[in-house]
Design a protein around this ligand. Structure first.
Ligand code: TXA
Ligand code: MG
Length: 360
């Protein structure tokens, strides 16, 4: 949820938040917590040992850097910046408009990396670090109470779709972490937008909960020429962009993405016939233009509308992948969307999940 359903002044909720904050402050265990985007797996950004347990619980490659989460600008200044360091001006309009919320920015590390309070395991040796201020009241209360910046990747096992409920986190990480705070289903449903305002022109490193159009509109002239980061990175290049070199967001079923295929009758029908899918468990995830599964092919097992609006599609995407995996689907046939507004982030996640794309 955006957390509106969560009352953080409720005594039981306070007690759970305190328990989580105590774990973060007195042990090096990582814990699961809700944010408005997806659930995070959080540990102190300031402690090598805490960051190590994050990587270990997720089984995540250690050269993929983590985002630090703060509850206020004051906390960012006190805990993550070096004395005298200022947040670069270029970020001012974006911070004013989108924090707290699903926007992550890159800030410079000091030239002498060891003078930064941030664990170098958070940044994987990069000359920048990523930070965001989440909106979810449980995330905010936890970070405030612990008074720690939390390094937190999405709380899925590496390569699984990001979790959007506490049950998803439990499914992937049970036995590996001591506690998951349940704040209900996440509102946005996919991860934050990551921008780099330190490069010229500024770069969109990962499309997410704030759209490119919103950034251009709120950002003023310096953000009007923002460019998209290239999609692939060589094995030896440092990781510039999430998912550049790792397989991501993948359910076990084979995902086939259909773009510009109209009502889907021709292309989806052909795909099923040409690949002899009779007898397979096939789900159709449709968005705006596809006909119903029954109209497309009698061989489709499940007709699952993702929604019409960008918000709905985002919200349902990862949880649909997980549901279908739990039910052992063999094929997930997905209708793509235009890459405008929420569509850019949706198509980014869909292309990473898909092992094949059919273009109409
Ligand atoms: O919405 C979100 O951002 C969620 C919630 C929990 O806040 N977190 C999340 O974290 O998606 P994660 O680790 O799954 O994705 C963060 C991405 C990484 O893949 C990494 O490549 C990128 O942010 N990143 C982190 N630090 C970076 C840096 N210094 N330079 C470039 N990219 C960076
Ligand atoms: Mg992730």
């Amino acid at each position: 949820a955006d957390g509106t359903a969560v009352d953080i002044s409720d005594p039981e909720t306070r007690a759970n938040l305190q328990k989580a904050a105590d774990i973060l402050n007195t042990t090096s265990h990582a814990i699961g917590f809700p944010s408005e985007t997806v659930y995070g797996l959080g540990g102190s950004s300031l402690s090598d040992e805490s960051v190590k347990s994050i990587y270990a619980a997720k089984n995540r490659p250690a050269d993929n850097p983590l985002i630090s989460h703060v509850s206020s600008i004051n906390q960012l200044q006190r805990k993550l910046l070096v004395p005298g360091q200022k947040i670069p001006d270029i970020y001012e309009p974006l911070i004013a408009k989108f924090w707290p919320g699903p926007l992550t920015i890159l800030l410079p590390m000091p030239a002498d990396l060891t003078s930064s309070p941030i664990s170098q395991l958070v940044t994987a040796g990069q000359s920048t670090f990523a930070v965001r201020m989440p909106k979810h009241p449980v995330a905010r209360a936890l970070i405030l109470l612990a008074d720690l910046p939390l390094a937190a990747p999405s709380a899925n096992a590496s390569t699984r779709p990001s979790p959007t409920t506490a049950a998803h986190v439990f499914h992937d990480l049970q036995g590996k972490i001591p506690l998951i705070l349940d704040g209900g289903p996440c509102d946005v449903g996919l991860e934050s937008t990551v921008v780099d305002g330190l490069s010229d022109p500024p770069m969109l490193l990962r499309p997410g909960g704030i759209s490119l159009e919103q950034i251009k509109q709120a950002g003023g002239p310096r953000w009007s020429n923002i460019v998209l980061a290239k999609k692939t990175a060589g094995k030896l290049e440092p990781v510039r962009t999430p998912g550049m070199k790792y397989r991501h967001y993948s359910p076990t079923a084979k995902v086939v993405l259909f773009t510009n295929c109209g009502d889907g009758k021709q292309k989806v029908g052909d795909y099923i016939a040409e690949n002899n899918l009779a007898g397979k468990k096939i789900a159709l995830l449709r968005t705006r233009n596809f006909a119903t599964a029954a109209e497309i092919s009698p061989l489709i097992t499940l007709d699952s509308p993702l929604g019409q609006s960008g918000d709905e599609i985002q919200h349902n995407l990862f949880s649909s992948f997980r549901d279908l995996d739990d039910q052992n689907y063999d094929f997930i046939l997905v209708e793509g969307v235009d890459e405008t507004d929420e569509g850019l982030a949706i198509m980014n996640r869909l292309s990473k999940a898909a092992s094949e794309t059919i273009n109409g």
